[in-house]
Design a protein around this ligand. Structure first.
Ligand code: HEC
Length: 151
């Protein structure tokens, strides 16, 4: 009887009780977030270049960039770097010079906060300037901490 009850509890166990994500799953999620950033940046880029008339979407894209940017600091736990069975372009320096990496994360957070402020003005010139700041923060981090940089 006791065993049956225990089995029932296991079946009913919510996701919160399941095993924590594996390093490979953390890297996969990290890629999803980074690609999300890339997609919203691409949308904003089209807006400032006048390649779409969806200027009103700027606040939405900028807010998404900001919210995603503020999660990056948590997406690089120890054990998710190079030298494992999973594919990653994260460089070992993320952990060996972690204070500097944190600065690169903060630079993106600050730039993306400014991007939201600029987007709220609705002024394309201001959005363009702020977008340049965010793009610079992406590139500065990739230059140092990402392998095979294409950005
Ligand atoms: C603080 C450092 C840092 C910042 C800032 C940063 N990235 Fe990244 N990004 C990385 C690292 C490291 C990787 C490699 C991650 C991996 O392969 O595990 C990466 C990977 C990527 C990838 C490839 C994802 C894949 O599927 O392989 C894209 C796209 C990307 N970043 C876009 C962006 C954009 C756009 C921004 C700015 C809005 C940005 N990143 C800001 C560090 C950063």
């Amino acid at each position: 009887m006791r065993r049956l009850v225990a089995a029932g509890l296991l079946l009913a166990a919510p996701a919160a009780l399941s095993a924590p994500p594996s390093p490979a799953q953390i890297v996969k999620y990290r890629h999803a977030v980074m690609n999300g950033l890339g997609a919203h940046m691409a949308g904003l880029s089209m807006i400032v270049k006048g390649e779409t008339d969806r200027t009103g979407d700027a606040v939405m894209h900028a807010t998404a960039v900001k919210e995603l940017a503020h999660t990056i600091g948590a997406l690089f736990p120890e054990g998710t770097g190079p030298g494992h069975e999973f594919e990653t372009e994260a460089k070992a320096e993320i952990w060996s010079q972690h204070d500097k990496f944190v600065e690169a994360v903060k630079a993106l957070e600050t730039a993306s906060d400014k991007l939201v402020d600029a987007a709220k003005t609705g002024d394309v010139a201001q959005i363009k300037t702020a977008l340049g700041g965010v793009g610079g923060a992406c590139g500065d981090c990739h230059d140092v901490y990402k392998v095979d940089d294409h950005h």
